[in-house]
Write a protein that binds this ligand. Sequence first.
Ligand code: UGA
Length: 369
Amino acid sequence: MTTAPNAATVAPAARIWVLGAGGFLGSHLVEALLKQGRYRITAVDTSFAKLPPRLQEQGRLTRVEASIADTGVLAAAVDESDVVLSLTALCNPALYNTRPLAVIDANYTHLVPLVERCAAARRWLVHFSTCEVYGRSLRGPAGLTAPMREDDSPLVLGSVAQQRWTYASAKQLLERLIWAYGAEQGLPFTIVRPFNVIGPRMDFIDGIDGVGTPRVLACFMAALLGDEPLCLVDGGEQRRAFIAVQDFTEAILRLVARPRRCQGEIINLGHPGNDVSIAELAARMAEVFQERHAARRATRIAFERVSAVDFYGVGYDDTNRRIPDIGKARRLLDWEPTTSLAQMLPTIVDDYVARYGEAFRGVDPREPR
Ligand code: UGA
C-alpha cells in the first residue's frame, strides 16, 4: 500500500541535478542517466576524479565544481531542475565513532537547507539515505533474521555512547525531516535506502587517493594488492547482502521515470540473494584475485582476525545481518536485481587492479592490462 503523504505528481523529469555526482554512486548514476539520451544532467561535486573522462565531453552534462554548502549552487539546483538527486554523505563506518560531528553535519545539518528549498519550490527530492537506519539485525518470529521493510520494520540503534550509530541517527532524522515536509508542506520526495552497493570505483585506497579506512571492499582490495592479510573484524561472521552497482542504477533509472508511483515512498534497493558472511566475501575475493592476478602477490593470501576495537576504535558497533525486503521496489519499479556475487567480483577486482596496481607495485610486465 502506498503511504504517500502528499499527492504531488510531476511530468517525467528532463533536467536532473545530481549532488555528489563525483562519488561512487553518483558517477555511476550520471553515466547511466546520460546513456538514456533524454536527460540534461548537472553534476555537482568538489571533485570529478571518478567520472569517466569520455562523459565529461557530453553536451548533455554540465559539471559544477562546488560544495553543496554554496547557497548559490543549492538555489540553482532547486530552481533549474525537475528533480534533485541528493547523494552527498560521509558514509564510511570508520568515521562514525572517530569524527561524529563531521558525520552529523554531512548527513544532516548541511542537508537541511536543501530539504527546505525543495519544499518551498515543490521540487522533487530523491534523497539517498541508507540501510543503516534499520540499525541492528532484526529477529523474526522463528529467531531468524527478518528482512528489513520500509514501512513497518522498527529502527533499532545502539546506545548514544556507541557512536557507530551517529550516522544512522543523522540519516534517520533527515528522513523524518523530509517526510514531515512532505506531510505538512507537500514536498514531493522519494527516499532510497541502498543496501551495500558495490562495484568499480568504490571508495578509495588509504594513502593513494584518500586517507583512512574505507568500506570492506576497498579494505580487502588494499590488502590483496599490498601483500597484506585480509582483516576479518571479530572473525567476519557478520553478514551483508551486496548488490551490484549496475542493478542499483537500473532501479534509479526506473524510479526517475516514475514520479507518480515513487513520490512519497521510501524504497529499499538491495539484492537479498547475495547475502554472505564477510569471511566468505574475503575468501571469494581472494579466490578471484588469485585466479586473475596471482603474479601480483609475493606471499600467499592470508586472513587475520582483528577485534572491532582494534580496527575501528572505541564506540564501534555492528549489524550482524542486513537483508532487504525488496517487495516494494519490485512492485513500483518492475525491477529485479540479477547480478550474483560470482558475476560481479571479477569486474570489480580487475577495476581495482587497473586503477591502483601500479601505485602498489609498479608496472608488472606479466600482468595483462
Ligand atoms: C556501510 C555504511 O555504513 C553505510 O553507509 C552504507 O549504507 C553501507 O555500508 C553500504 O555500503 O550500503 P557496513 O556494511 O557496515 O555499512 O560497511 P563496511 O565498512 O563495508 O563493513 C561491512 C562489514 O565488514 C562490517 O561488519 C565490518 O566490520 C567488516 N569489515 C570491514 C571487515 O571485516 N574487514 C575490513 O577490513 C573492513
